[in-house]
Write a protein that binds this ligand. Structure first.
Ligand code: ADP
Ligand code: MG
Length: 588
């Protein structure tokens, strides 16, 4: 555990000492390129590794920063310490527009859009007279810093690597925050994040813009390092290379970005040296080797080089510093007996299939309603209609008297509806505690800036305290530091319940919470649900374990083939011949 810290300190010390050591100038030049690349790759770690969004267009954002700096200093004599902000402003607008248009659409639009963006900026730069067309701009002045001219590799190195380390630590802080957890949740589908109240579209745009801004800073530095710019380092080739750096280093890890940049830079150098000799002609053959390597890495070492380091020097568990944190405020709960959820004649049609057909029921505060029925009866679909994951075809969903069926999932969550999923949705690479804290997303406010500046710590402690308490309540307190991905199915389900409870809901929807639980765990779960009911929570429970359901719930709704078969007390339902018929052959 300590070893990790030593490795990190050793790295920072080495980085700091390098320009003082009598190493050849070539090394310093290489290290400078690595630093420039690392800035871009750190952005890609956030964007691609963490949020799961692929961009081939980062080189174009580097180009924006570089050309803005070059043009303004050369033609208008603007100070570089101003041009960096102009470059950032341009990049911000470009990334915002590009992200805004494409991130609404699913899947492959972003990669395609970034390819188009990367290509078009390249040709644009190459065709503007004022920017020197394909020859570019020459004679960019060196940066000056408190009277010092950074015109040597070594002096430039100091400023550059200071910025790289700031960016790296900033990214690490961001990932270890409310926003960082939400960002991780975006990867692999937005349903769960939205159910926790996360505005996933906004968050994706934020990640895209942040990555672009880091690239832009890299471009600004690049212009003053090379002292000349031309379009070729900002083309699509380079965009692919940046992505390659992030992937090979370990796309989910900030330090992986630096490792990946180093590997690619060194490899590129060697390949450019050797390949033309081997092939007998000159050309950009290294890009072919990179392509093959990328496929190999994706096939055999998906998590990149840094994953090996991570396995050897695991991150120490989060220090428990929240014991004295102030509890989070609670929602005002509806009075016991009030109708919290009123489902009125909802239907859902998937093409020709009517999955839910004119179903209605009510759940009151301080009551557990069981929703049972054979597989395929439409129970999970009903959950999705209530929580806004799916749009109703017909009918109304009322929460405390207000229609919510046309609201997005996160706004329904904000009104006090929390849920679990039949197929557990979690972030395997985060600890149990962090997964659960995601449930309290709407009870915090801290955003990117406060995370990076560490102004979010007291809020963070309050969130962690809440998460730990909910885990303890559900009997999982001991396991809070484990990686969620290492849990068996039963504990995963319990973790989801703790996460839902973190939202401080008035209505809790549980989709088959006892599946995969042992008897003891089931009994403990039943006790927690009773306690929640006694505290006045409204609970809707889908469950196949009849002993659990019948012994726990106040009322039961039975569904079959999308329709409501019967509603009544557990006794009434158990006595019904229709229910027995429905369950014969499908359930026991
Ligand atoms: P239950 O949870 O009661 O087992 P579901 O609500 O999951 O049932 O499914 C009800 C029916 O709707 C099933 O026939 C299922 O195949 C279908 N269904 C569920 N979701 C979708 C979907 N997104 N697209 C098409 N059909 C679906
Ligand atoms: Mg289901």
């Amino acid at each position: 555990m300590k070893a990790r810290r030593y490795v990190l300190v050793a790295f920072v010390l080495l980085a700091a000492a390098l320009p003082l050591l009598p190493v050849p100038e070539f090394w310093i030049t290489q290290a400078n390129y690595i630093g420039l690349y690392s800035l871009v790759a750190i952005g890609l770690v956030l964007l691609t590794g963490v949020a799961g969004l692929t961009s081939f267009g980062q080189a174009a954002f580097v180009g924006m920063g570089a050309y803005t700096a070059a043009y303004l200093t050369l033609t208008h004599g603007v100070s570089p310490w101003l041009t960096v902000w102009v470059g950032l402003a341009f990049t911000y607008i470009a990334a915002l527009v590009l992200g805004w248009i494409t991130l609404r659409m699913s899947g492959h639009y972003l990669p395609l859009a970034t390819i188009a963006w990367g290509l078009s900026l390249y040709y644009l730069l190459g065709n503007i007279d004022a920017l020197g067309k394909y020859d570019g701009l020459l004679g960019i002045p060196a940066l000056e810093f408190f009277g010092l001219t950074l015109n040597t590799g070594r002096s430039f190195y100091v400023l550059l690597w200071l910025i790289v380390l700031l960016a790296a630590f900033g990214a690490i802080r961001l990932l270890d925050s409310r926003t960082g957890r939400a960002l991780r949740a975006v990867k692999g589908g937005t349903t769960m994040a939205e159910a926790m109240g996360v505005d996933t579209f906004r968050l994706k745009v934020t990640a895209f813009v942040l990555a672009a801004l880091l690239a832009s800073v890299s471009g600004w530095l690049f212009a003053h390092f090379q002292r000349t710019v031309n379009p070729s380092p900002f083309g699509l080739n380079k965009g692919i290379e940046y992505l390659f750096m992030a992937v090979i280093g370990g796309v989910g890890h900030v330090w992986g970005a630096i490792v990946g940049s180093t590997v690619v830079k060194v490899l590129e150098e060697q390949l450019q040296d050797w390949l033309p000799r081997l092939m007998g002609t000159s050309g950009n053959y290294e890009i072919i080797v990179f392509g093959i390597l990328l496929i190999v890495v994706l096939q055999y070492a998906r998590d990149g080089i840094w994953a090996f380091v991570e396995a050897r020097f695991p991150k120490p568990p989060r220090a428990v510093d929240w014991a004295d944190a102030e509890p989070l405020p609670h929602r005002e709960q509806p009075p016991r007996g009030e109708v919290v959820l009123d489902v009125q004649g909802v239907s859902k049609q998937f093409g020709g299939l009517v999955a839910v057909n004119d179903v209605g029921f009510q759940v009151r505060a301080g009551q557990i309603l069981g929703l049972i029925g054979p597989n395929g009866a439409g129970k999970s679909t009903t959950f999705n209609l209530i929580t806004g994951v799916l749009a109703v075809t017909r009918g109304k969903v009322m929460l405390r008297g207000q229609e919510v069926q046309s609201l997005p999932s996160r706004q329904i969550a904000a009104r006090g509806v929390a849920r679990t999923f039949q197929h557990v949705k979690m972030i395997p690479s985060m600890t149990v505690l962090e997964n659960v804290a995601l449930g309290a997303h709407l009870r915090g406010k801290a955003g990117v800036a406060s995370a990076v500046l560490r102004l979010d710590r007291s809020e963070e402690q309050r969130l962690m305290r809440e998460a730990q308490q909910q885990l303890q309540r559900i009997g999982m307190g001991e396991r809070m530091h484990e990686l969620a991905g290492n849990l068996a199915l039963g504990p995963q389900r319990l973790m989801e319940i703790a996460r839902a409870l973190c939202a401080d809901p008035m209505l809790l929807l549980l989709d088959e919470p006892a599946a995969g639980l042992r008897l003891k765990e089931k009994q403990a779960l039943a006790a927690v649900l009773r306690q929640l009911r006694d505290e006045g929570m409204a609970i809707l429970l889908v469950e196949h374990d009849m002993d659990l359901v019948m012994g726990l719930v106040d009322r039961v709704v039975v569904m079959e083939f999308g329709t409501k078969l019967i509603e009544g007390t557990p006794e009434e339902v158990q006595a019904s011949p229709a229910v027995r018929a429905a369950y014969l052959g499908t359930e026991h």
